[in-house]
Design a protein. Sequence first.
Length: 584
Amino acid sequence: MLDEASGPERPAAAGRPTGAAPTGAAPTDAAPTDPGANGAVPRDDGSVHAEKSDTAPHARRVPDGLEVHPGRHRPDPEASRSVLDPAALAFVAELEREFRHARRRLLAARAERQAAIDAGERPTDPPTGPARSTTWRVPPAPADLRDRRVEITGPAEAKMMINALNSGASVFMADLEDALSPTWANVVEGQANIARAVRRTLAYDAPDGRRYRLADRIATLVVRPRGWHLDEPRVRLDGQPVSAALFDAGLFLWHNAAELLERGSGPYLYLPKLQGAAEAALWHDVFAYAEARLGLPGGSIRATVLIEHVLAALEMEEILFALGEHATGLNAGRWDYLFSIIKTFRACGLILPDRSALTMTVPFMRAYTRRLVEVCHRRGAHAIGGMAAYVPSRRDPSANEIAFARVREDKEREAADGFDGTWVAHPDLVPVARAVFDATLGERPNQLERAGEPVTADELLDFTVPGAGVTEAGLRSNVSVALQYLAAWLGGSGAVAINSLMEDAATAEIARSLLWLWRRSGIAVEGAPLTPERYRRIRDEEAAAVGLERLPTGGAAAELLDRLVLAEDFIEFLTLPGLGHLEA
């Protein structure tokens, strides 16, 4: 429920009162629907096989129509058994059947809106409605989410998770999305690692003999599932792949929500890739359903939304309102936001310069962050700043000092703008960012009392970058970074250090989308257009420079980048064709 300074409550899911058990839902401890004579039980390889009921008389079975085909990346057997418990899979199937049609309608609406923009429609602020005309505020954050001055992110891999949880950061975001290459092994073992972290049993023994264990005091855990646009093709229900978002969130909530509440925390999520309030409203309904189904207190699932899309930036207030009692804050997702601008306005004569010129100080990025802080604080929500991706060098302290100075400058700007916290990608950056926010916040957990000035849609949508252009060096950098990242991603690594920066899928997205934009626009790059022939020549030269041919996935990485850059129609996300390459 929204705080009643606020006005109206967020409506309950259609046809179901808030807090009521879903129609036909079994109690939490009941076995899933019995499929009859032929059941299905999970095996150590992560697959699900039909078996005669008399061969496994005591096995809990997944429901009719659910199949798991793990592909070639097999998870650890213990992780597979614990994560792919039939009861957990039955819960995922419930969510999929309940919400699949609403999700598909939203994805269709995305395509329709994009077609309208391609045809010349200019996005604007939504008309005034309940989200803007009343004085509502989001509920206060839970105790362990009130101070978020430094958040560290990384893939849900054991060693990285332990280092991040022990880093001294306020919050750790375990990433099942952009920083995790979605092999079946990574997806399943990531869930197992999250469950072990919740129960304080997560451990890692390195091949060199070093042992990694959780400290007594660790960061608050938040989990990022995959976005609405992605399927989980290795899990099929009624012959169709399930939603990756429902698969990730469903397993996390089934295995951990009650345990987290018992331990004095709660099930907290970061929601990626939303394009508007209707998509946030669907998450609200999923959370309300899950709370009723799992016997959780209403509003115990709390979410922070990554504002990674330019259309979502126009609906920040509506997104918080749509999440209702589950809303906690918004985050400024920098690279994905830039990527979304190219994707959305690609047919509108858009020209953007080198990635190095697209800093947080250019006018439209300043407008984006100013609007986020203003909306969040007016509605009592946390505003979380962007990523510091520098990876410190163990060999070059002088380079570190230069990089740390840049990180401090970035974080000082965020703190001065009113952000309540910020993101870093490496444990060594936690003290740097913390010192900045400590100096601003002091003993306060946040600066929600800070007001801001409203920002107009025109400010958000003016993509002029004075004095910047496209250079050969910028072109080559995009090709090189994209090739290196894609090769690592196809090899199973989603968070990769490249040129002293920790890169994830958002990096490859902005790099390949700029290359596509420059090629399609015909813009001169130091006197000549980026033709397919010029692109291929540079691709070959940059591939040779980084030794791409020596990598098992090098050829596939070049093939995937070619497909992304040379396609006539813009490919919405690299992960859509990428998953086919990943499993090939």
